[in-house]
Design a binder for this molecule. Sequence first.
Ligand SMILES: *Cc1c(COP(=O)(O)O)cnc(C)c1O
Length: 422
Amino acid sequence: MNQETIATHFGYNTKSGTGAMAVPVYMSAAFDFGSSDTAAARFALKEFGPIYSRLTNPTLDVLETRFAAFAGAKMAISTSSGEAAIFYAIANLAQAGDNIIVAQKIYAGSLLTKTFKRFGIQAKIFDADSADDLEALIDDKTKAIFFESLANPQISVANIQKIVDIAKKHKVITIVDNTVATPVLFDAHTHGIDVAVYSATKYINGNGTALGGLITASNHLNSIIKNNPRYEWFNEPDDTYHGLIYAQLPDELDCYILRIKLCLLRDIGATLAPHSAFMMIQGLETLSLRMAKVCENAEKIANFLSSHPKVKNVNYPTLKDNPSYEKAQKYLKNGKASGLISFDLGDKQLATRVINAVKLFSIVVNIGDSKSLITHPASTTHFQLSDDELNAVGVGPGVIRLSIGIENVDDLITDLDNALQA
Ligand SMILES: *Cc1c(COP(=O)(O)O)cnc(C)c1O
């Protein structure tokens, strides 16, 4: 089955139950086992079925099963936000005394480099665009390499092949934040990445109506974890789960995803709400269509901005002079580069005037909405950085970031053109 068909059909049978065409929302905290034998079988993992909505819920099951198939993954798990997904993805692998290697340009920087530090997990920073400095950072205590496929707001593409090759050599798990590309544009697991995390709040939802996160794991992840001393707790009995050894679970199950469910969701509980899962299921149905439109619009807008006399520089990976152009062609499906564009007006006052003058674009720090958004990173998402630091990370004071939606592109270009006269 292809992605568009999976997104509309997979994991839910309209012929079962009432015949409801839309996936029902199971707004229930707990589920009646019917018999004590069933209750025992579910707790012992002899039978899969709903227990309690912190762990399992039939609406979430449809989203997770469908998204795993959509992303070419063995299993998926949903969480209450993208940040919660990233927290689980790391907390499932690392503990105090361990380290993680994290790309320099990432959204979840404060979580990965500051908050985890308080838990005793140190982050070492590498340059994901080249990955030249990556291998030297790996040691026995390295538990994960974390990067974004399409990083924002500089809109660059990681050197994926090199990162994956180095990780394979050292048997370290790779985690990609694939929020901006989505599985429509970047097939993380086919490219050899072990784990992908998503803020489903963005393109997957598509309408900006709910927060949520998703984690997927590749088909080969069990074999990396099994008997790997780096991941000892997967290979030892879990005394909080009747001595279960995750790495010995049958191979059709994914031990990494199941440990998040059985251990981290149980103990921490940042679970997606059933109604939010329903919103994500609705969004996923049209994700492929929306991504195609978003990419088409963004490419036209990037070309328009490139030829505008007031614009000093445009960052969008389909532009031939872009530093990520070759990598975008190599890794992103059909070389399409999603909806984020940044451009430099070289001057903070001008950038502010343009942002205040647009009419269709909303001044919002979100991304991935069907409606186009505009931000000034230097005074919002990156306000804590000095001018030198801003220039170093590619978001100087004159830089504007756009998240392009699915409106008519001529209207968007007219709006930007008028605002640029400001
Ligand atoms: C928004 C975002 C997140 C965080 O997701 P939330 O759903 O807001 O918690 C993580 N990574 C990227 C790339 C994002 O854009």
